[in-house]
Design a protein around this ligand. Structure first.
Ligand code: NAD
Length: 287
């Protein structure tokens, strides 16, 4: 049981929009905040479309879908969400962006609010530095893509994270239908420490002509029983996000093996970011 009735979700991209929707379908009010009006519009369209699909597939009633949509409030400024007892940051994977946001989150939300980050790889302890004596309320709450479907939430304590913060985070994740599993505060935690080098190696296999991208993916799907090949997964995550995560692993763990493959870097430079831009390794209908 969680006593959290409303959350603020900072960032309305791939992850933030999924987190807000999952909260709402679990009966928790969500303030969806983003500095980009275009991203807020996209999040709103994604929420409508996903809920409509849920009704069509008889996973929920029209009334339940309408009630969930009513629980989401869209805002360009986090001040609109200041009453929320729990804030989840899901903005760009960049430590400076996150430090600045956490400073603002500390000032915006009440003295007891929990300040969680959905970072894929950045140290929770490092992010918590920007909030001084509120560091005990900072925690990693790492959801997976697509959030409404994926069960896991990696829960990461920073050096100063309190037991009360951890307990409330586990309770919220559970109330959102997720399975929280703890991991320690090392770059990439468990999931991306293991996943990203495999994705990077798939880019090398393509770049070196070991196989074309379709066959790299088909081999890994049929040979390892993966539901999705690593290159398709990279598009789904966002090539820019994969690149940023690998740079964090490379800098923090100090091993060349984490440095992003030149072909991945080039695709990001060309603006080929995956599903979200319509083209990455493969072509996609824009979300
Ligand atoms: P995204 O690029 O889709 O969205 C990021 C959003 O943050 C954008 O809408 C942007 O406008 C917004 N933003 C940037 N600065 C902001 C600010 N100051 N205030 C409010 N909004 C701001 O990225 P994403 O894939 O949703 O990733 C978000 C976070 O989640 C990152 O830390 C990422 O590492 C992590 N994550 C991503 C995945 C994935 O599969 N994509 C999975 C787990 C965790």
């Amino acid at each position: 049981m969680t006593n959290i009735k409303s959350i603020a979700v900072i960032g309305a991209g791939t992850m933030g929009s999924g987190i807000a929707l999952t909260a709402a379908t679990s009966g928790i009010a969500a303030f969806q905040v983003d500095i980009s009006p275009e991203q807020l519009e996209r999040a709103k369209a994604y929420h409508r479309k996903t809920l409509d699909r849920g009704v069509e597939k008889q996973r929920m009633t029209r009334e339940q879908a309408d009630a969930a949509l009513k629980l989401v409030t869209y805002a360009g400024d986090m001040g609109a969400a200041k009453g929320a007892g729990f804030a989840i940051e899901a903005a760009t994977e960049n430590v400076d962006v996150k430090r600045k946001l956490f400073g603002a989150m500390k000032d915006t939300f009440g003295p007891n609010a929990i300040l969680a980050t959905n970072t894929s790889s950045i140290s929770i302890t490092d992010i918590a530095r920007s909030v001084g004596d509120a560091a005990d309320r900072v925690i990693g709450m790492h959801f997976f893509n697509p959030v409404p479907v994926m069960k896991l939430v990696e829960v990461i304590k920073g050096l100063a994270t309190s037991e009360a913060t951890t307990k409330a985070t586990i309770e919220l994740a559970t109330a959102m239908g997720k399975t929280p599993i703890p991991a320690n505060d090392r770059a990439g935690f468990v999931s991306n420490r293991v996943l990203m080098p495999m994705i990077n190696e798939a880019f090398y296999a393509w770049m070196e002509g070991v196989a074309d991208p379709e066959n790299v993916d088909e081999i890994m799907k049929l040979g390892c029983n993966f539901p999705m090949g690593p290159l398709r997964l990279a598009d789904f995550i966002g090539l820019d996000v994969c690149h940023d995560i690998m740079m964090v692993l490379y800098r923090e763990l100090g091993d060349q093996k984490y440095f992003p493959c030149p072909l991945l870097r080039q695709l990001v430079q060309a603006g080929r970011l995956g599903d979200k831009s319509g083209r990455g390794v493969f072509e996609h209908a824009r979300k």
